[in-house]
Ligand binder design. Structure first.
Ligand code: 13P
Length: 254
């Protein structure tokens, strides 16, 4: 079964409530003629989720909703955290986990990412699980080894039997927000290694799991990435904050 291309926007900590609703509205307008078979998801900050969900519902917009983080406990005294069922209650069907910014600035470990992934999969929210190497690791030629070990740890024991239950995003840290992009060949090398690892872990279903590229993806380079055999779309930061650019990326991925 061919994998549906997925273009996901990670808004990071940008756009207050009104700005978020505006951006979603602009994107709905840009994509009013459809997405040509490309699946599109936006991942706004928590406070924007309900407002963006409203735009999606009211405009019947052709994109889905994801969060940028989750906590694995069901409920209770975890000040500042947000549970899976809370995400579900505002219409999230995806959630980014393990982003390098969370690993680097907030100390998220592979064990945390694994707990978050299990919690999401068990609740039918698809993790967009991020992995990727630093410049130092890349320069040492250990990038494939590094990413494979992240995938093995982060995905251990996940109850996956369908390809739509998991998305992986390969985001080399040196290419995030720097304007520096990996080449399409660089992305393919690692995305293929990720798929081979997933095949060892989950069997044939790995051929249905989407593996995305992320890191300074933009309208000018997206087509080259999605043309690769094992790159099934992109997780987009900066360019997802401009509706016209993000919509152009969707069109160029079709
Ligand atoms: P940029 O597209 O801004 O480089 O960000 C990539 C990213 O981190 C998406 O999660």
């Amino acid at each position: 079964m061919p994998r549906t291309i997925l273009i996901a926007g990670n808004w990071k900590m940008n756009k207050n409530y009104g700005e978020g609703v505006d951006l979603a509205q602009q994107l709905a307008n840009e994509l009013a003629d459809g997405t040509n078979g490309v699946e599109v998801v936006v991942c706004p900050p928590f406070v924007d989720l309900k407002g963006v969900a409203g735009v999606i519902e009211f405009d019947d917009a052709p994109f889905g909703l994801g969060a940028q983080n989750v906590y694995w406990e069901k409920a209770g005294a975890y000040t500042g955290e947000t549970s899976r069922d809370m995400l579900d209650s505002v219409g999230c069907t995806y959630c980014i986990i393990g982003h390098s910014e969370r690993r680097d600035y907030f100390g998220e470990t592979d064990d945390d990412v694994n707990k978050k992934a299990k919690c999401l999969v068990e609740g039918n929210i698809t993790p967009i699980l991020c992995c990727g190497e630093s410049l130092e690791v890349r320069k040492a030629g250990k990038h494939v080894e590094h990413v494979v070990s992240q995938i093995k740890a982060d995905c251990a024991g996940l109850p996956i039997d369908r390809g739509d239950q998991l998305v992986i995003a390969y985001e080399p840290i040196w290419a995030i927000g720097t304007g520096e992009t990996a080449t399409a060949d660089d992305a393919e090398e690692v995305c293929k290694a990720i798929r081979d690892t997933l095949r060892d872990m989950f069997g044939a279903v790995a051929d249905e799991i989407r593996v995305l590229y992320g890191g300074s993806a933009k309208p000018g380079n997206i087509a080259g990435f999605v043309a690769e055999d094992d790159v099934d779309g992109a997780l987009v930061g900066g360019a997802s904050l401009v509706a016209g650019d993000f919509a152009e990326m969707v069109r160029k991925s079709a």
